[in-house]
Design a protein around this ligand. Structure first.
Ligand SMILES: NC(=O)c1ccc[n+]([C@@H]2O[C@H](COP(=O)([O-])OP(=O)(O)OC[C@H]3O[C@@H](n4cnc5c(N)ncnc54)[C@H](OP(=O)(O)O)[C@@H]3O)[C@@H](O)[C@H]2O)c1
Length: 305
């Protein structure tokens, strides 16, 4: 297939690299040229453009059999969210009416689940986000579900918090001594290693059903306390101090407490994570941090960067 990845950043590049290795031709679209070399190294053809500008899409040469939309707001607020997610999606849908594809994959977020009671949520659970940005993502899903009812082949992946080489906010905060246990740390976090999210995109492209939603998270939701205790024990450092919980509105992902299930992704698409939990996913980073701490010289290379 010839595949267009719109918003070819951290996750898009990893997915593109997998697709190239499977023999597909991949074009990666983004606004800046900063990571041009990284795309080329992954075998992805870089293209420059803005998903909110129809002219950018018209300038792309050749046709595509599939589109993956991994555009992100690049840390922007609700206004930027509205531009890149629903507006960007409308622009893409209009363009794709003239350039039909067999499959369209959109990476939404598990932040659309606003549950705070620690319950297990699957794709049939209510998705009523408690944040403005979550509501924008949910509205974007609705655009695509609507299009799917008219026959458009859109598949939605609700992706958990992504970590991996160079990413992992709480882990980094812990290493820098800036992590804080919020409240009593009982709230659950749902995570996914970048490479497993990338393989989920490939599974959704190859086997996803149009109009279907799949949660994309690893096998174990973990409380913040359990995660920090694990780091503290592995890295032989004290537990971070407690801090009062942030007001939900100040956190983009909101303060939710839920355990997201990946059963549908596993059973319907046959997806299996290489990093079933944070323990496997962070093993290399932990070993590297220990090596640095003991002054043994060169850090361990993850081999996955
Ligand atoms: N990161 C997470 O923890 C997480 C969690 C749940 C869901 N997700 C979803 O997963 C997807 C991938 O996330 P990520 O972490 O890989 O994001 P990322 O690294 O920020 O990559 C997003 C890419 O989109 C490009 N982009 C931004 N605005 C654009 C525009 N208007 N037109 C064209 N390209 C644009 C950016 O490059 P330029 O700035 O050069 O354009 C960047 O390369 C996103 O849809 C995100 O919502 C992420």
């Amino acid at each position: 297939m010839r595949i267009l990845i719109v918003g070819c950043g951290y996750l898009g590049t990893a997915a593109g690299a997998l697709l190239v290795r499977s023999g597909h031709e991949v074009v990666g679209l983004r606004r800046t040229m900063d990571e041009h070399e990284e795309l080329l190294a992954a075998g992805i053809q870089p293209a420059w453009g803005d998903v909110t500008d129809p002219g950018s899409l018209d300038r792309l040469s050749g046709s595509f059999e599939a589109v993956v939309n991994t555009v992100s707001s690049s840390r922007g607020g609700a206004e930027v969210y509205r531009e890149v997610y629903p507006e960007g999606t409308r622009t893409l849908l209009a363009w794709l009416r003239q350039h039909p594809v067999h499959r369209y994959v959109y990476t939404s977020s598990t932040s659309v689940y606003g549950q705070t009671d620690g319950s297990t949520v699957d794709e049939e659970s209510s998705a009523e986000p408690g944040t403005e940005t979550g509501a924008v993502l949910r509205a974007t899903e609705e655009l695509l579900l609507d299009a799917a009812r008219g026959g458009f082949p859109s598949v939605i992946l609700r992706v958990a918090g992504i970590y991996g080489p160079g990413r992992g906010h709480l882990f980094r905060q812990f290493l820098e001594g800036e992590a804080r246990l919020s409240g009593d740390g009982h709230r659950c976090m749902n995570m996914i290693h970048r490479d497993d999210a990338a393989s989920a995109i490939v599974a959704a492209l190859e086997r996803g059903a149009g109009g279907r939603i799949y949660n994309c998270t690893d096998d174990e939701s973990v409380t913040q306390r359990e995660f920090l205790e694990w780091l503290s024990q592995k890295l032989t450092r004290p537990m971070p101090p407690m801090a009062s919980e942030e007001a939900p509105t100040r956190k983009k992902r909101g303060i939710t407490h839920k355990r997201v299930s990946n059963l549908r992704l596993r059973t319907e698409l046959g997806w299996r994570p290489d990093y079933p939990t944070f323990r496997e996913g962070y093993a290399i980073d932990v070993a590297r941090a220990m090596q640095l701490k003991s002054g043994l010289g060169d850090p361990v290379s993850s081999g996955r960067d």
